[in-house]
Design a protein. Structure first.
Length: 408
């Protein structure tokens, strides 16, 4: 199809649509394309300053779109597009039609696919208890972070934490691992807001509810150049029966990563980086893998790793799911995307920094042979949570032979 025939097709589509419908679809499609593009861009290991600038430009372009579409359609006069390529309106005309297609075809299709996502069939139980940390403390632990004012906005759920009990039935588990527990923490974003009292309350409750067999911390521990000093007094409260592991995330990469690793190691956590450890768990081998890519390289190499061991991977971003599948990972734990932090009724998340955009914003997924749990995390650079509470996950592993699961 030639360029001229494409233009002719677009002109025919314009002629069949009323101006108001064309304008509405173009605005929706423009926002959809710009937001999806920003989601994918944020998956790349770019500098913090570049990403912040890009986000500001993207937001500006999103709001500028309707103005340009009004102009391109000459909405208060002819209400038609101009197709002569000798003016700005002529150059905007194809984009208006393409945005309309995105708004009334691609965006609805993407939304339907989002609604049709299936929870991993290995999930045998999922229960959440919400704890209002501010109510328990008797005050809002806003702290003194750079963006502390956001935490006090009306309706903000930043201090309402979901304690998630997740039961997974994995047929490859050794019988002796039935009931093995993993406490999954991610995205602490220590930066002054929330205050230390917020994390202290959460970690103390985690320990009161039972010391886990394994502890997994999947990155974005620190979000300022000073608050790595909170790591030891806070994470030093945590305990585990067998082993505790940690990796770093992109926000750690933008800070003093060496200092963060040192302080994590002082708490007793095994800081994996992009490497693996073979440990004995109740008499059976487990390979625990850290994956900090794409911000830290090279990726872990499992070529010489034992094939008989159960493979547990700590990956900051769910984007490493393709790598996990290639390397036959059994269970992968991730964070990074925060569930979107702001979730709209029916629509769900909007901004999700992932090459898959909203596909893995939070939840438990099965991409054979890998089960992946993506946590919403505890905090964020911006202390905003609407329809998307912070989350702590305690995972209970079960075998098919567990009689307590009969009837589930």
């Amino acid at each position: 199809m030639t360029g001229q025939s494409i233009i002719t097709l677009l002109q025919s589509l314009e002629a069949a649509l009323p101006a108001w419908l064309l304008l509405a679809g173009a605005c929706i499609g423009h926002g959809f394309l710009m937001t999806t593009g920003l989601n994918v861009l944020y998956a790349w290991p770019l500098s913090h300053n570049v990403l912040r600038l890009t986000r500001k430009i993207d937001i500006l372009v999103i709001f500028l779109g309707p103005v340009l579409f009004f102009y391109a359609l000459d909405f208060f006069d002819t209400r038609t597009l101009q197709w002569r390529p000798d003016s700005l309106r002529g150059y905007l005309a194809p984009y208006v039609i393409l945005c309309w297609i995105a708004g009334f075809v691609l965006a609805p299709l993407a939304q339907v696919l989002y609604w049709l996502r299936r929870q991993a069939p290995q999930v045998a139980g999922s229960a959440r208890r919400t704890v209002d940390v501010a109510r328990e403390l008797g005050f809002k632990p806003v702290g003194r972070g750079k963006r502390h004012a956001l935490a006090s906005l009306p309706g903000n759920q930043v201090f309402e934490v979901d304690f998630h009990e997740l039961t997974l039935v994995l047929p490859q588990l050794p019988a002796g691992w039935n009931g093995l527990s993993i406490l999954h923490l991610t995205d602490l974003h220590l930066c002054g807001t929330p205050d230390r009292a917020f994390y202290q309350t959460i970690f103390e409750r985690c320990m009161r509810e039972g010391v886990p067999d394994l502890l997994a911390l999947t990155g974005d521990v620190v979000d300022s150049s000073w608050h790595h000093r909170w790591i030891v007094p806070l994470l030093g409260r945590l305990r585990w029966n067998i082993a505790g592991f940690a990796i770093l995330g992109n926000h750690d990469a933008w800070r003093d990563a060496k200092a963060i690793r040192r302080r994590l190691a002082r708490t007793g956590l095994d800081v994996l980086g992009n490497s693996s450890r073979r440990i004995d768990v109740r008499g059976h081998p487990m390979l625990v893998v850290g994956h900090e890519g794409p911000w830290f390289t090279p990726n872990p190499n499992l070529e010489d790793s034992p094939a008989d061991a159960f493979r547990l991977c700590l990956s900051h971003t769910p984007d490493n799911i393709a790598w996990a599948r290639r390397n036959k990972v059994d269970l992968m734990l991730s964070g990074h995307v925060h569930g979107g932090q702001i979730r709209l009724p029916l629509i769900g998340s909007i901004f999700v920094p992932s090459r898959y955009s909203r596909r893995y914003d939070f939840g438990t997924f099965f991409e054979a042979p890998t089960v992946m749990h993506v946590s919403r995390g505890l905090a964020g650079q911006h202390p905003l949570r609407y329809g998307c509470r912070p989350e702590v996950t305690r995972i209970m592993l079960r075998t098919h032979s567990d009689k307590s699961l009969i009837g589930l």
